[in-house]
Structures are given as C-alpha cells and as structure tokens.
Write a protein that binds this ligand. Structure first.
Ligand code: TRP
Length: 390
C-alpha cells in the first residue's frame, strides 16, 4: 500500500480550547476509575488511543466532526462499552475509528492498518489473519460506511485484548455475503457460512488479535423487524437459555408489562434493526458464541429510561448495576432525561464455557446529544395480546 498522506484540514487547537483528545481522555479517566483500572494503565491506553487518531485528537471540539463516522450517531470516532458478568468485575472496552479524519475509505483503511501494525509491534502479536484478508476488505476504491475500526479490551497490566472490525461491503453490499464466506474460508472456517442465519446485511466482520485465550472470528448479521421469537430462534443453536433471550429482548425493547408479569406481544423492532453476532473459534464450523444487540436508544424516550432497562436486566441476570450508573456519570454531566443515545446498545453475549455477559455500549457524545424522543415506543406494541414472559 502507498504511503499515507497526513489528513488535511485538521487545525491545532488554540491553547485553552478543548480538543477531541481532551474529551476522550477525561471520559476514559473517569471510566477507568469506575471499573477499578489503575491510573497508569488508563494513561497508557489513553495514549495509545490518541496516537491512533493521529492529528485528529488535537482537533478542537468547536469544529464539526472530521468525517460522518458511522461509529456513533454524533460521529465521534470513539465509543465505550462495559461488559458485565455475574462472576467478576466488569470489563471496560473502547471502540475507535483510527482513520476518522480521512475523507475516503482507502486512506481511512491505510490509517487503520497503520494503527493496528503499531499495536502489533508494541504488544508483539501477529496480524497474519488480517493480512490474509487485505484484498477482500481493502479493495481499490473501497466503499463505506467504514474501513477499519478497532476495539481494546482494557485489562489491568498494560496489555489489552485487540479486536479489529472490517466492512464486508467494502466491494459493494452486493458482494458482502460472498466476502464473508471467502473470509471465513481463508481463516479455516470453510463450512461456517452455512451456519449463519438469513441476513439483511453483514455490517462487520471482526477478528480477535493478540492476547486472547480463544481468539474469535465474528460475523455480525443485521435483522429487519426482529421479534422476540426471531431472537430466540437465532440464539437457539448457541446453547443459550431461550427464556433468557426472550426476557432480554422484551426488557431491552421496552415490551415488558409494567408488572413484570408478562409482555406485550408480538412486538417487532421497527426502527433501527437489531444485530446478532456469531463467533467461531479454533477452526470449528459450528458457532462458539452468539450475541443479541438491541439498539436501545431508538426504543426509549431518553437515557433515564435506557438506564432503567439496563439496570433491570443486569439485576435480573445477577450482575452489579452500580458500575454502569457510575460510568454514565464519568461520561457526561447532562441529565439522563435530557437526551437519548448515551446508552447506544444493550447486548446479551453467550460464549461457550463462559458465563453470559451483558454489554452496554456507551456514547462519547463529543459533538451532539440527541434530544429525547416523544414519539415512542417504536416497537409494534399490541397490549391486548398478553403473553407470558418466558
Ligand atoms: N453506530 C453503529 C450502529 O449503531 C455501529 C456500532 C457502534 C455498533 N457500536 C456498536 C453496532 C455496538 C452494534 C453494537 O450500528
């Protein structure tokens, strides 16, 4: 690949002006403290994140986003997440678009690969799997909406887990299925594509690189008008408890009856679609994991309601909800009822031989807070048909 031009048009902030980097670092410090990371770990991870954004981290917040990133609704190139379990402390992760400042997907991809290679050198991990897929995901004149994102699992001890996200539609959405199939096959999962459910799209393929006990290849699948039954059918093969998937769907979508004794049904997610993620490990063509992602922000009035749903779910699954509340305080001083989108997604995660997890995706809101939505619910609620909760 050719050398990367420095992104143009990134003015350096005047002294005293808040930059994107300042904003993200201060959120990271607060979140690090909320989950119990040491200040040295947090500082190191913060530096890695800012380095990966290169000059864009010095962009003053008074300017609009450098590109209309699809990573978050307000185009901040950073999103946090909190992965909770019932048997340990929550894990803090951060998702980043290193090529955010570049105007086209080719340059964005090159910036992304450069960032990943720098991490691979720093933490001595191999990028062979990613290298083997370059022609599929980074073609000439690649299409969006993303080229490469990465996520860091911010562990104590200065070595994170690294995940890389690429776009199966880079050669056009019409080639996405073929691209996913070919990528799985090159990675040693020649029969895995047949195990994937019918898809309305494949937004991401992800690779675990670096320090993972059991590195996964993950395929994200988009589902239009998902119902609770659909979610249960999709998750059945994973060994997940179907009643838990059903409960999670209704609690996240807002279709639990207030009494908690049943649900409105049959609701469908008519606004932003739900995603499922199917993971593969150790060359086995049967999925080793299943995740249901509900874009809760489109199904609530505001973040107070999103937090209430998340709190209810965490409690029901035996997880500590207090870290989430503290984390939201670390992100913003605004009232939760004054916007919708701070909690972007709620996800229920099953991975073989592990306790289920609930992940909350938390927006940075560097640029914009979406106002509360009076026009909700957008699930198709049919209160007259009362169903049982499981
Ligand atoms: N912002 C995009 C979306 O809402 C992509 C994205 C960011 C996403 N974080 C995510 C998708 C977490 C699923 C889960 O779809």
């Amino acid at each position: 690949m050719s050398t990367l031009p420095e992104p143009t048009g990134i003015p350096t902030a005047e002294p005293g002006e808040t930059t994107l980097g300042d904003h993200v670092l201060s959120q990271l410090r607060g979140l690090g403290a909320a989950v119990g990371l040491s200040e040295t770990d947090t500082a190191l991870y913060g530096q890695v994140i800012l380095d990966s954004l290169t000059g864009a981290a010095r962009r003053p917040l008074s300017l609009p986003p450098a590109s209309p990133s699809f990573l978050s609704d307000d185009h901040t190139p950073v999103e946090f997440s909190l992965a909770c379990t019932s048997d340990g402390a929550p894990a803090l992760r951060v998702l980043v678009e290193p090529g955010w400042a570049h105007g086209n997907m080719g340059d964005s991809a090159r910036a992304g690969l450069k960032a990943i290679r720098a991490m691979a050198a720093r933490w001595s991990f191999s990028t062979d799997q990613l290298d083997a897929l370059e022609d599929l995901f980074f073609p000439a004149a690649a299409k969006g909406p993303l080229a490469l994102w990465y996520a860091l699992d911010l562990r104590a001890g200065k070595v994170p887990g690294v995940k890389v996200y690429v776009n199966p539609s880079a050669a056009g959405p019409e080639h996405a299925a073929r691209t996913v199939e070919e990528a799985l096959s090159r990675l040693g999962y020649g029969k895995a594509f047949a195990e994937l459910p019918p898809a309305a799209g494949y937004p991401f393929l992800a690779l675990d690189l670096g320090a993972w006990k059991s590195p996964r290849t993950k395929v994200y699948v988009k589902h239009r008008r998902m119902s609770a039954d659909d979610a249960c059918t999709l998750g059945r093969a994973s060994g997940a408890a179907v009643a838990d998937i059903r409960y999670f769907f209704h609690a996240a979508a807002g279709s639990l009856l207030p009494s908690g004794q049943g649900v409105y049904g049959p609701p469908r997610l008519l606004r932003r679609p739900a995603l499922t993620c199917h993971s593969f490990t150790e060359g086995e063509n049967d999925p080793s994991g299943f995740t249901l992602h509900i874009p809760v922000r489109d199904y609530v009035r505001d973040d107070e309601e999103a937090l209430a749903r998340a709190t209810g779910l965490l409690t029901r699954f035996g997880m500590d909800p207090t870290v989430l509340r503290r984390s939201l305080r670390a992100l913003t001083q605004r009232q939760l009822a004054d916007g919708a989108g701070l909690i972007a997604y709620l996800a229920l995660v099953y991975e073989r031989n592990r306790q289920p997890r609930i992940t909350t995706y938390l927006s940075s809101e560097a640029y914009f807070v979406r106002p509360p939505q009076e026009q909700y619910p957008q699930v198709d609620l049919v209160p007259s048909q009362r169903l049982r909760a499981s």
